[in-house]
Write a protein that binds this ligand. Sequence first.
Ligand SMILES: [Zn+2]
Length: 495
Amino acid sequence: MHRRIIAPGALAAASLMLAIPASAASYSPGAPGIGDPYYPAYGNGGYDVSHYDLRLQYQPTTDELAGTATILAKTTQDLSRFNLDFLLDVSEVRVNGAAATFATSGQHELEITPKTPLPKGTPITVVVRYSGVPSTKSAYGFTTWHRTPDGAVAADEPESAWWWFPSNDHPSDKATYDVSVAVPNGTQAISNGTLQSTSSQLGWTRYNWRQNKPQATYLATLALGRFDITTSTSDGGVPVINAYSKDLGDNDGAARASVERTGEIVDWLSGYFGPYPFSTAGGYVPNTTTGYALETQTRVYYSQRQFANGANTSVVVHELAHQWYGDDVSLKGWKDIWINEGFARYAQWLWSEHEGEGTAQQLADYVYASHPADDAFWTIAPGDPGPEDQFELPVYDRGALAIQALRNEIGDDAFFAVLKGWPKEHAYGNASVADFRAYAEQVSGKSLSALFDTWLFQPTKPAAPAARSASITKAGVAPVQPKSWKKIAATNDVH
Ligand SMILES: [Zn+2]
């Protein structure tokens, strides 16, 4: 489908405008993708976003979302045209105050042609007015906008923004956010960061949320529904805001018994990863039935299914570990997913040890012994798993096993220095697996190319490290399953 909206008579005006000086010959359209080999159409070229201001209104009974996005960005090339990634219906676009023409193309591209071309290095303000029913929109045959009986949730990976705001949808272009959403009185709107204020008029309540640290687009979240919002402060001084659907039924107790421990777990993780990087922490549990949780920045998305068997602090540890590994330091490209998932899973192992339920080494031994050499588990290389397998079990479990191998190779002092130093080294930025290896080599003073290649990049089961082989293969008996294993296995559907 290719839809071009252009006012009658505007064509003539537009062609006059196109009588550009000869110096404009260097102006060209920004690329329709940012250049990620896993997802070639995701993100866009030609500009860099610094801030999203979203002023929205949502009606839960009809799933209608309407409003205005104001995007602050800077051009990175001489730009004649540029794209945003978006699915809802656009009625108006302005660039630096002037009406722009626009069209849709591809699966999720909004092509914007400004009235005059934009030189490289120009600050731009893009205003997009839009509306639509997100649940009726799809790209590549799917939707990640999740309707609930009382509203909806936007929380998915690697894509969820297309259904609720226009963006440069790739983690390498991080920005700050103001998200202001009006909902009917009695409904709550939950998003990232700090709740700056609420106000009510004409039967609607507006929630104003602010994320004042850089945030990847897939980590922006929006939940609309009937929520009970709780607030507290951790011993370490981190403000915590959690929200629970009022309709969790039998799962309500277990959800609160897990998520209300956010402050305690943030403080505990700070001991390994350094100071908590954001202004608030927290999570929300809407009335969804999806099978995963997601590390949406400062406000983790949990499915109530995570709590169907009782309290599950392990999933809370996983998603909060991502606040450092994934959110503060974000991946450069989606192939770098190991830095997110390997370390979030390893944090679960450290928590297991903390809870007296099995040490990280025991869990590593168990994973190693659980998968024989001919198991397909070993054919997925966590260091570059491919887009089809990037959220498969090996990225998590083999990924954490690689981290234990690194720990055993460089020793605890260097290992824990790396663990804590990495978020500081790339604070609020982006980094790759190669960057991580270089950093671990710098801190430890050891060449780690063989270790990384064996544990992260080869599609085969690594030989057991000599120091560990006795305990792993002794009498051919697998290590005893640590008590926590079932609990961790039950959370394999985390993101
Ligand atoms: Zn994860």
